[in-house]
Design a protein around this ligand. Structure first.
Ligand SMILES: [Zn+2]
Ligand SMILES: [Zn+2]
Length: 306
């Protein structure tokens, strides 16, 4: 589980940064990736990355501002040319359906795969036996969601030495024990799963936020997460601008990470005015003063949950 950043700029693309998009890669967990936001030009960023659109399982749109959305129709169309035949679900705020249907109706676009569009309400928006995704509204100029992806706890590891001592050969009985089922050996001895399986492995979690100024739901979504991805449009000196436009400073993002007791913070969505490396260092420094385990996202950077 890691995040591949495709676009880390705010508002409009620059030669250094494209607009918002990232991929949560779950190759080991489920052989796919989930995209969060799809600003204009995202498909070009994908072409310059190791990502294959055919492996994109879900797209989560945080809000309907162009720098998070305008790349979607093109990317959905191109997916078909890149081996994308499996169904794809796009989640996002109300209005998403109208946007996609209008663009595809006007351009007479037909997709050869099934596209499902889910306009979400706050709460758990999707779940299976591996992951739960929760969405809560943030504070921006339009309805903007933050998402929390929570992996479920995984069964503990089998204690192989103990199993061998008991003379249990590898095979179907191992599977039963791992699933928590007790077994009876041919000699009548009972083997309890709890005695030969280690403690459950805690599921990992990430919170990925849309544009927002500081608000309580950030902390709710990011409580104890392994990784919080938070916008940091401005330096602290532009705090008033941040407030007026519904954005955050790097320090505000760090404060949220600290309050939520997140383990790691990745900052993204930087104002196009911040071009020089020194300014970005300053922005990082402001965040690290409050929350030391902070990193800056960059184009094509991979940020892990540890
Ligand atoms: Zn934005
Ligand atoms: Zn926005």
């Amino acid at each position: 589980m890691d995040i591949y950043f495709l676009g880390t700029g705010a508002g409009m693309p620059t030669t250094r940064r494209n607009v918002s998009s990232m991929a949560l890669r779950l190759y080991e967990e489920r052989g796919s990736f989930w995209m969060f936001d799809c600003g204009e030009g995202t498909q070009h960023q994908v072409l310059r990355s190791p990502l294959k659109l055919g492996k994109c399982e879900f797209i989560f749109i945080t809000h309907l501002h162009g720098d998070h959305l305008f790349g979607l129709p093109g990317l959905l169309s191109s997916r078909a040319y890149q081996g994308g035949v499996t169904p794809l679900t796009v989640f996002g705020p109300k209005g998403l359906k109208k946007f996609i249907h209008t663009v595809f109706a006007v351009s007479e676009t037909q997709l050869p795969y099934e596209l499902r569009i889910k306009e979400i309400e706050p709460g758990i928006i999707w779940s299976d036996d591996q992951f739960t995704v929760t969405a809560l509204p943030l504070e921006h100029r339009v309805l903007s969601y933050g998402y929390r992806v929570q992996e479920k706890d995984r069964p503990g590891k089998l204690k192989f030495e103990l199993l061998q001592q008991k003379g249990i050969p590898p095979g179907p009985m191992y599977g039963k024990l791992k699933r928590g089922e007790d077994i009876e050996l041919p000699n009548g001895e009972l083997v309890f799963a709890a005695s030969v399986v280690g403690a459950p492995i805690p599921g990992r979690s990430v919170a990925i936020l849309g544009d927002t100024r500081p608000c309580d739901n950030i902390v709710r979504l990011a409580r104890n997460v392994d990784l919080l991805v938070h916008e940091a449009t401005f330096l602290e000196g532009k705090k008033e601008n941040a407030h007026d436009f519904g954005h955050s400073t790097a320090k505000q993002a760090a404060t949220a990470a600290k309050t939520a007791q997140a383990k790691k913070l990745a900052l993204t969505h930087f104002s196009s005015r911040y071009k020089e490396d020194e300014v970005m260092e300053e922005l990082l420094g402001e965040a690290r003063e409050v929350f030391p385990n902070t990193v800056l996202a960059d184009e094509h950077a991979i940020i892990t949950t540890t």
